[in-house]
Write a protein that binds this ligand. Structure first.
Ligand code: AMP
Ligand code: MG
Length: 417
């Protein structure tokens, strides 16, 4: 199988001379510079849920393949005018999967059931509820337009049309569409493997008995679970202390086992920020100074040919950076079309002043049609992430938000979680 080319070392470089890069510029850069890094495989529809189409899928046949009846009733040619009608009825029947081979003479009706291909000579169907049936005839009232209660061949999809586009993440309903147009197997990208590792001397596993100056690793379980929801294969690389040699060898292992590496903690420029220091050493580190709150610091780089997203250690910032940057970026690496989180505007149930010149995300939920936000913006307040059902996105240039102002709310589901 052919392998896609590796990413360029400078794929994460931000524009030079810019102090704080706006979120949208940073996203545009990820979208333009990254490309798929996984191979292609063929899967049956039954195994295709959540997979990413590697090619456009062309309809093998039309849906519906033939003109057919939309109701149970009686079919005949053409239109009928207003008024009472009596029509002779053929002693025949057209049912779904069991058509009527003969032709229906003009002015004559035939019994048709829902889904039955329209017999020759039939263009129009009247609902059985609107008909009185005699021994060899039917009576009903017009008017009825030609084609009433029928479906045209190919009215949904025409054979040869593109049914679904490359980059599409297949949903359950997509499988219905693919099956309907006669597609049994699809070419999909191999699942993106994403390594997750936490860094910090203070971290321990939940369940361990610990001294009060240590904390339990909150980011790793969140990130591993989320990656599964995004459709990727999470690879748990555990925790690493703030030790450069240990981190180096763990990154080496991660680069062997996965296509992408997510680290949390140690991404800024302090003494114990070994993720950024190592990426720096490897010569492929970009410190992302994004005009975003929460979210700093973010270190992007390449290690062993694999992209590394060095997320901040604060769980709230780690989540926001993952949803806003890492997910769409990993989507591109996985072959997905660019993912824009879908939100909607609702009145604010809160007041806030913010600094212009940066985007802010607040932990939020909708109650009574208004967006409420979590009482504290502290970036270590994990309970607020759990309280929230989504994020309010405040535009870069907004300054004052008053009760009732319209704000953009993006449910977690809009970010794929
Ligand atoms: P750092 O980015 O390493 O400077 O960490 C910033 C803050 O996030 C510190 O208070 C860390 O203790 C905390 N932190 C880092 N990693 C985690 C984690 N995996 N789970 C919970 N908190 C963390
Ligand atoms: Mg740390």
């Amino acid at each position: 199988m052919i392998k896609p080319p590796p990413l360029r070392n400078d794929c994460f470089a931000l524009p030079a001379g810019v102090n704080w890069t706006p979120v949208d510029d940073a996203l545009a850069l990820l979208r333009d510079r990254l490309s798929v890094v996984t191979g292609v495989e063929q899967v049956d529809l039954g195994a295709a849920l959540g997979r990413v189409l590697a090619v456009d899928v062309i309809a093998a046949r039309s849906n519906p393949p033939l003109a057919n009846s939309a109701v149970d009733g009686y079919g005949f040619a053409g239109a009928v005018p207003k008024g009472a009608h009596v029509m002779p009825l053929l002693a025949a029947r057209a049912a779904a999967g069991g058509g009527f081979d003969g032709a229906v003479p003009a002015g004559t009706a035939v019994r048709v059931l829902t889904g039955a291909a329209l017999p020759d000579g039939v263009e129009t169907v009247i609902l059985q509820e609107d008909v009185t049936v005699g021994a060899q005839e039917i009576a009903f009232h017009g008017p009825l337009k030609a084609g009433s209660n029928t479906r045209k061949a190919g009215e949904d999809v025409v054979a040869g049309d593109r049914a679904l586009a490359r980059g599409r993440v297949l949903t359950a309903v997509d499988l219905a569409l693919l099956s309907a147009v006669g597609v049994a197997q699809v070419a999909v990208f191999q699942r993106l493997r994403v390594a997750v590792l936490s860094t910090g001397d203070e971290l321990v596993e939940p369940g361990e008995v610990i001294s009060p100056d240590l904390i339990y690793d909150a980011n790793r379980p969140m990130l591993l679970a989320m990656l599964g929801q995004f459709g990727f294969v999470p690879v748990d690389m555990g925790r690493v202390p703030d030790d450069r040699a240990a981190l180096r060898s763990r990154l080496d292992q991660a680069a062997e086992q996965a296509d992408v590496i997510l680290t949390s903690g140690g991404a800024s420029a302090g003494d114990e920020d070994h993720v950024s220091a190592l990426l720096q050493e490897a010569g492929a580190m970009q410190e992302w100074r994004i005009a975003l709150k929460p979210g700093r610091p973010l270190a992007l780089g390449i290690w062993g040919g694999k992209s590394v997203f060095g997320l901040p250690g604060n769980p709230v910032a780690a989540l926001v950076c993952t949803l806003v940057f890492a997910r769409p970026a990993m989507g591109v690496l996985a072959g997905m079309a660019w993912q824009e989180p879908q939100g909607f505007d609702v009145p604010a149930a809160f007041e806030k002043r913010k600094k212009p010149g940066r985007r802010e995300y607040l932990r939020a939920r909708i109650r009574d049609g208004r967006a409420e936000v979590f009482a504290s913006e502290g970036s270590g307040r994990i309970s607020g992430l759990s309280w929230a059902e989504g994020l309010v996105e405040l535009g870069d240039e907004e300054r004052v938000i008053q009760q009732g102002d319209m704000v953009r709310y993006i449910p977690y589901a809009g970010f794929g979680v």
